[in-house]
Design a binder for this molecule. Structure first.
Ligand SMILES: Cc1cc2nc3c(=O)[nH]c(=O)nc-3n(C[C@H](O)[C@H](O)[C@H](O)COP(=O)(O)OP(=O)(O)OC[C@H]3O[C@@H](n4cnc5c(N)ncnc54)[C@H](O)[C@@H]3O)c2cc1C
Length: 340
């Protein structure tokens, strides 16, 4: 068996979170990881550390401490201004080898996944990818990662016995962001960074931004499946009346009725709305994992045997093309009355 670069006996009792920057702020998934890791560290008496890389990030460093980081390892360098895999993996690798955290967590974002894979290979450790939950085994203080496997048919709980750090990427939206509550005790540790242009083969040519929608934390989700026959305009109208957003199962996405950024489920977005209204959706496991954190689920399906009804709090056996227009009418009428 190949040994990792540092061993269990050399590990520091620390959870380290890679803090991703998104449009000048800490990414939601990083805040989620901080909240979850803070709970675990408080339970174990461990330290919570973070890696923040970029160029002139003093404000974000202070924000990270305010969010609950005990010690922030700050890599500040002009060549870290944009994410490039060469620079980010070099600097993160050096910090991890020097600091030897027991656990290293990243968001399962495009950059987080890219970085995690490279680092796991260099550190010769394992990587639990796309986790949907994290726990600690009270007997041995090892991290337990919940991962869905075999196309989503099973949930596997994985522990890493001999390799360090115990690495995992976690899907955005699975943990709740707790209120910022710690400001006094954290410290910022600037780490010297050595980088030169010839190391970096990636050039940022153009930055384009598509339609931005963050379905992970919308309060109302109107999800449409194959049963809506591509009529996402109808669902959009309902979403607007309820201050919500439209999501979809995979078939309408594959058929081009709606953008892939709105796919809910195992290979889409994991959401935690207050209410999810599932329209013409059968309730396959791959979809349900994306709404299982909803406070309330309403399902509309013409088939009384549809599996989604086993999961829903309110079950409406009916044609979605009749229920949704009727609901829209009622909401519009109510709005007109309230406007006077
Ligand atoms: C590895 C893997 C990953 C996957 N990842 C995802 C994922 O992330 N997200 C995802 O959604 N799927 C995913 N899938 C696909 C998933 O397994 C299901 O096939 C998919 O969720 C089914 O979508 P659906 O419910 O819209 O369609 P269907 O299963 O075809 O169900 C349509 C439903 O609409 C009902 N219906 C039809 N007409 C009406 C009507 N007029 N009124 C009311 N109800 C009506 C039917 O009774 C039926 O229950 C994945 C599959 C694999 C193998």
């Amino acid at each position: 068996m190949v040994s990792s670069l540092y061993s269990v006996s050399q590990e520091n009792k620390t959870i380290c979170v890679f803090l991703e920057v998104d449009s000048g702020a800490l990414a939601s998934v990083s805040l989620e990881l901080i909240s979850k890791s803070r709970q675990i560290c408080d339970q174990l008496g461990w330290q919570l550390t973070g890696i923040l890389l970029g160029d002139q990030l003093d404000n974000l460093a202070v924000d990270s401490i305010a969010c609950g980081i005990d010690e922030l390892w700050l890599g500040d360098h002009p060549l870290l201004h944009n994410f490039t895999i060469e620079a980010y993996s070099k600097v993160t690798f050096e910090m991890l080898v020097e600091k030897k955290p027991a656990v290293f967590l990243l968001g399962a974002t495009p950059n987080g996944r890219d970085l995690a894979g490279r680092l796991a290979v260099r550190l010769r450790t394992g990587l639990n990818a796309d986790c949907t939950d994290l726990y600690i085994n009270p007997q041995n203080e090892r991290l337990i990662c919940e991962v869905s496997g075999f196309g989503g048919g099973v949930l596997a709980l994985i522990e890493m016995a001999d390799h360090r750090p115990q690495m995992a990427t976690v899907r955005p939206g699975v943990f709740t962001i707790e209120n910022k509550n710690r400001t006094e005790n954290g410290k910022i540790l600037p780490i010297p960074v050595e980088l030169s242009n010839d190391l970096i083969h990636t050039r940022l040519v153009e930055r384009t931004t598509g339609e931005m929608v963050d379905l992970t934390r919308v309060p109302v989700l109107i999800a449409g499946g194959r049963g809506v026959d591509g009529d996402f305009e109808m669902l959009g109208e309902l979403a607007r009346l309820l201050d919500g957003e439209v999501g979809a199962t995979r078939p309408p996405v594959d058929e081009g009725h709606i953008g892939r950024e709105r796919q809910i489920g195992q290979t889409g977005v994991v959401t935690s709305p207050k209410i999810a209204i599932c329209c013409g959706i059968s309730g396959a496991f791959h979809f349900v994992v994306g709404i299982e954190k909803a406070d309330m689920v309403v399902a509309i399906n013409s088939d009384p045997e549809a599996p989604i009804f086993d999961f829903a709090d309110y079950c409406i056996v009916a044609d979605v093309h009749q229920v949704i227009p009727a609901l829209i009418e009622v909401l519009k009428a109510e709005r007109e009355v309230s406007l006077g």
